[in-house]
Design a protein around this ligand. Structure first.
Ligand code: 5AD
Ligand code: SF4
Length: 444
């Protein structure tokens, strides 16, 4: 590869989970601090960062087709190909293999090493390709520039990695062991986010409720500290493990009004044998017991989760148990996936892999049940008065879109602005959103 002019514009494309969205924003800020500016929509970019997801096979394979397309479509103004960096979990998992399979890629950088991108870009400009999948002792958070401008709802990564080793999951390998950021760093970053425009902060982690600081304080203490910041209106956290749902965190849902009544607590399956084979370390009864406690603390809590259908060996009857659980719990919204074997995970080599048509049929049935549950939840909210955090304009004139406390998408028309917290009455429910009318003018 010969030398190229230093990039002046960039585009970062993030796939997968919210932690990747957060990392994508931080990479954009890092590039901005180097004087590289975002390429306008639809225009060529000198540097393209693909911030990838490895959680399921489809997501990982997409990277290679994207590289081909980007080389063609997102080239520089002079017709040359952009510099391409592959970041995220595919970068971590496949490293050198990406270099071999995709000659157009000049940088491969893992999720713990992306603060080193500027040096890698300098190499790439000289025509040298580089791979950095270290999990260095120095933390990227110390090396990244301060947060600049954010929307009304911002993400804050508090914890990364996972020690749980569910047998289907690549996260413990791609994101490494569980590491919590320090209390003071997080409060400082939250304050910067709030100064930059955030009214809601979602605390992120692969196991966010396992967050602990060096004094043994749990997530509820961080929530409590952030709730005391007057300009911050709402706090959320995702994603949690049933076994890390402590009494303290459950009580925070009762005691801290700014902690929104929403809990994303993946259960994955509704059958104990399957949960054991998944190495989930909880069973259906212990999961339901956690939900009971959470509901006792906050009766209106909206429940969410993740499900996998077609885990190796899952029988029809075992799958039916998952459907029964969905009916019993009454979820507000959920994600559901077909099991996808990930190289290097124990489940990938288990006997009794389930046929694709069986998985398709199970996923359809599960999604049908989840949609019914979600619609029922939305319908039950009609007539409620609540606040909506306005996030953006809608398609119609004067229309605004935002989120209810229960994380439902809500649209309404009237006098408002992005970042307002308006009082509304929910008037009509659809499967994916609700319409509302303003109870009082936003600028009263
Ligand atoms: N196949 C299918 N779904 C998976 N998930 C994680 N690994 C796999 C896999 N190998 C799902 C889980 C997890 C969510 C983020 O992705 O439901 O909670
Ligand atoms: Fe993956 Fe299980 Fe860890 Fe969640 S708890 S990130 S599913 S290993």
């Amino acid at each position: 590869m010969s030398s190229t002019p230093p990039p002046r514009t960039y585009r970062v494309k993030s796939f997968g989970c919210q932690m990747n969205v957060y990392d994508g924003e931080r990479m954009a800020e890092l590039l901005g601090a180097q004087g590289i500016t975002p390429a306008p929509d639809g225009e060529a970019a000198d540097l393209v960062v693909l911030n990838t997801c490895h959680i399921r096979e489809k997501a990982a394979e997409k990277v290679y087709s994207d590289i081909g397309r980007i080389t063609k479509e997102w080239g520089r103004k002079d017709g040359t190909a952009p510099l391409i960096a592959v970041a995220g979990c595919v970068a971590q998992a496949e490293g050198e293999e990406i270099m071999a399979r995709a000659p157009a890629v000049s940088m491969v950088v893992g999720p713990q090493a992306y603060h080193r991108l500027p040096a890698m870009i300098a190499e790439a400009v000289q025509g040298r390709r580089s791979v950095d999948t270290d999990m260095p002792a120095e933390t990227k958070f110390d090396a990244l520039p301060a947060r600049r401008k954010v929307g009304p709802s911002a993400f804050l990564t508090v914890q990364e990695g996972c020690d749980k080793f569910c047998t289907y999951c690549v996260v413990p390998y791609t994101r490494g062991a569980e590491v919590s950021r320090s209390f003071n760093d997080l409060v400082a970053e939250a304050n910067t986010l709030i100064e930059a425009g955030a009214r809601e902060i979602t605390l992120l982690g692969q196991n966010v409720n396992a967050w602990r600081d060096d004094r043994g304080r749990g997530l509820e203490k961080l929530v409590e500290e952030l709730a005391a910041i007057p300009e911050l209106a709402r706090i959320r956290y995702t994603t949690s493990h049933p076994n890390d749902m402590t009494e303290g965190l459950i009580e925070a849902h009762r005691d801290i009004a700014k902690l929104m009544p929403f809990l994303h607590l993946p259960v994955q399956a509704g059958n104990d044998r399957v949960l054991k084979a998944m190495n989930r370390s909880h069973n259906v009864a212990s999961y339901l017991a956690v939900l009971d406690k959470v509901r006792a603390a906050r009766a209106d809590i909206a429940l969410s989760g993740d499900f996998i259908v077609g885990f190796p060996g899952e029988s029809d009857a075992e799958f039916e148990d998952t459907l029964r659980l969905v009916e019993q719990v009454g979820y507000a919204q959920c994600f559901s996936f077909k099991y996808s074997p990930r190289p290097g995970t124990p489940a990938a080599t288990m006997d009794d892999q389930i046929a694709p048509e069986v998985m398709d049929e199970r996923l359809q049935r599960l999604q049908g049940a989840l949609n019914t549950s979600q619609l029922a939840f939305n319908q039950a909210s009609v007539g409620q008065r609540c606040t909506v955090l306005v996030e953006r304009r809608g398609k119609l004139a004067g229309q605004w879109l935002g989120k209810s406390p229960w994380l439902q998408s809500v649209h309404f028309t009237g006098d408002a602005a992005i970042g307002d917290l308006v009082e509304v009455e929910l008037v009509e429910a659809g499967p994916n959103s609700l319409s509302a009318k303003l109870s009082q003018p936003a600028h009263a």
